[in-house]
Design a protein around this ligand. Structure first.
Ligand SMILES: Nc1ncnc2c1ncn2[C@@H]1O[C@H](COP(=O)(O)OP(=O)(O)OP(=O)(O)O)[C@@H](O)[C@H]1O
Length: 248
């Protein structure tokens, strides 16, 4: 499990990326973090996994944590075989080679990790994380996976007995998963409600400063960081949307 209690995070003297976020994920539960680019999803995952310290608040978690970052560190000189052996030894568990087989790893297990294709390296990163028995933290785990591996990963995640917390820009179907939106409570943000959004939704949700966007009927509710609302409004109007309301 993992329990985050009133977490705040800023990098150095930069703006607050997370403020007052609380989240508890129980064994067997899957939580999917939602929020636009820059909402703080990866930051929250790193805090949950214990690789980044929060600025405020408390974290408690089980001892056996598996973390697969969004980007596998480049330059890992170990082979996939040695990498999995090493991490299993650190955890004091036997290597589960069947995980690499289930995910369809077809790279050379004895070649340096840095020479693997993106998808094969991702399968090794996921396999090492899936050895954890208390908490699984996965940042965009479907990135680079082929269709067969994507389906297997969905099954592994939903059948896991650990607490699972992940991000997924592509919205894979995970029956029973709980969605948690980040960014809604960001102070100084602006909520813009739009009509006649249609196909412009994807463009609007990717605009700079947008940290959450939800389709509502034919319109959208867009949460924007302070200082970005004028640009988002101008772009929404240019794309043919109409503005229903703007609230700070
Ligand atoms: N190491 C860092 N140093 C300084 N700022 C950082 C660092 N990591 C993240 N940030 C900032 O924190 C904010 C949140 O970033 P984060 O990567 O957590 O968001 P995200 O929701 O995962 O975004 P995306 O969907 O684009 O991956 C961004 O403004 C980012 O620039």
């Amino acid at each position: 499990m993992v329990r985050l209690d009133r977490i705040g995070k800023r990098y150095g003297r930069g703006p607050w990326v997370l403020r007052d976020v609380s989240l508890a994920v129980e064994p067997g539960e899957v939580v999917v973090l939602r929020g636009g680019n820059g909402a703080g999803k990866s930051t929250l995952l790193r805090i949950a996994a214990g690789v980044t310290a929060p600025t405020n608040g408390r974290v408690s978690r089980g001892a056996s944590v598996g973390y697969a970052p969004e980007r596998f560190p480049t330059g890992v000189k170990l082979s996939a075989r040695d990498y999995l052996r090493h991490l299993a030894a650190v955890r004091g568990v036997p290597v589960r080679w069947e995980l690499t087989e289930a995910l369809g790893f077809v790279g050379d297990p004895d070649a340096p990790m840095a020479t693997l294709s993106k998808g094969n390296a991702q399968k090794i990163a996921l396999a090492q994380a899936l050895h954890a028995t208390d908490l699984l933290v996965l940042d965009e785990p479907w990135s680079g996976l082929d269709a067969a591996a994507s389906a297997v990963l969905g099954e592994l995640v939903t059948s896991s007995r650990t607490a699972v917390v992940l991000t997924d820009h592509h919205g894979h179907d995970l029956p029973g998963a709980r969605e948690v939106a980040l960014g809604a409570a960001r102070p100084g943000g602006v909520v813009i409600e739009l009509d006649r959004v249609g196909e412009a939704f994807a463009l609007i949700s990717a605009l700079e400063g947008v940290f959450a966007a939800h389709e509502v009927g034919g319109g959208a509710r867009v949460e924007v960081r302070a200082g970005f609302s004028d640009g988002v409004l101008a772009e929404a109007l240019r794309l043919g949307c109409s503005v229903r309301s703007v609230r700070s």
